[in-house]
Design a protein around this ligand. Structure first.
Ligand SMILES: CC(C)(COP(=O)(O)OP(=O)(O)OC[C@H]1O[C@@H](n2cnc3c(N)ncnc32)[C@H](O)[C@@H]1OP(=O)(O)O)[C@@H](O)C(=O)NCCC(=O)NCCS
Length: 280
């Protein structure tokens, strides 16, 4: 009798590289990655093969960033050790394997939401993450820097419900439209109660030509320009949520001085990005 259970796909590092290139990820790209290993089916070489595929696709002049968030409480500075504290289970095995590589830089703080990165922009981005975490409001945080540097967000086998950049895009949209300097402005929701709301961005992102979706093995892969994501979230806020009943929270301390620091880090990282592109 014919089995009704579909066989899992088997994928190799080269299949992943080819899939990423076909989707538009190029040498020298700056990319924030969220992932699920099992979504691919069976990956020969496991999490390391996915990481190698990513690093080889963007090359030495590219920068890869992953969440390395922990189970700790956000204030638990004593217990966090960036060299030993594992990522929490719902961040995944690929980031857990990534931050443990010797040439990956992991943030020394905040304990709950440290990011990890490798590449020419890693040091600058992770330093900004340490000093201006999402907990400080999502205002001008590291993921906003990524958008300003024309970076990408790549979702490997997971959906926009896991796309942290949307929090930052919400804060940016609210502040730009309202001329405010607030912290988080969650007019969309990624909370467990409404996990579908970030996913609803698929349609406007595809319509705007900002995101492409393809498949590698069994996994759905989404690649989007972060800058385009920010524009789409701003438009969604203006057209759908401006009059909605929600309360943005947290005034950002010293926005003027933060803005000045922000401008200088963007300038510095843009120069670094340019230099890493042009030096052979
Ligand atoms: C929660 C989440 C990580 C779960 O994905 P997952 O694929 O089940 O789990 P992981 O990526 O940790 O991979 C481990 C799984 O891969 C499986 N696995 C192990 N080796 C494998 C291989 N070579 N090939 C394929 N799968 C393999 C493991 O068996 C395990 O599955 P199990 O738990 O059913 O046993 C994922 O759905 C998700 O949400 N990712 C995004 C997280 C994120 O970035 N969130 C936002 C941050 S702010």
């Amino acid at each position: 009798m014919e089995s009704r259970v579909r066989e899992k796909s088997r994928v190799t590092k080269d299949d992943i590289k080819q899939g990423l290139r076909e989707l538009g990820l190029r040498l020298g790209a700056l990319v924030v990655v969220h992932s699920s290993l099992s979504a691919f089916g069976y990956v020969e070489g496991g999490a390391d093969a996915v990481i190698d595929a990513l690093l080889e696709t963007v090359g030495e002049k590219g920068t890869v960033i992953m969440p390395s968030h922990t189970d700790l409480d956000g204030r638990d500075f004593e217990s966090y050790d960036p060299n030993t504290t594992p990522v929490r289970k719902n961040i995944g095995l690929i980031p857990e394997t990534f931050w443990r590589r010797p040439d990956v830089i992991r943030a020394k703080s905040p304990p709950r939401h440290p990011w990890a990165a490798k590449g020419p922009l890693a040091r600058g981005l992770i330093t900004w993450n340490e000093n201006h975490p999402l907990e400080a409001g999502g205002y001008a945080d590291m993921l906003t820097v990524v958008a300003d540097l024309d970076g990408y967000v790549l979702l490997l086998g997971c959906r926009n419900g896991n796309n942290s950049s949307i929090h930052s895009a919400e804060a940016a949209a609210y502040n730009e439209v309202e001329g405010a300097t607030m912290g988080r402005a969650e007019f969309l929701r990624s909370s467990p109660k409404r996990p579908e709301d970030f996913d609803q961005l698929d349609e406007p992102l595809l319509e705007a030509g900002v995101m492409r979706i393809s498949r590698i093995g069994d996994a759905e892969i989404r690649l989007m320009r972060s800058r385009g994501l920010f524009s789409v979230v701003k438009r969604v806020y203006e057209t759908k949520y401006r009059d909605a009943d929600f309360t943005p929270f947290g005034e950002v301390p010293g926005p003027a001085s933060l803005a000045a620091k922000y401008d200088s880090v963007i300038k510095e990282l843009k120069a670094l990005k340019h230099a890493s592109r042009t030096v052979t």
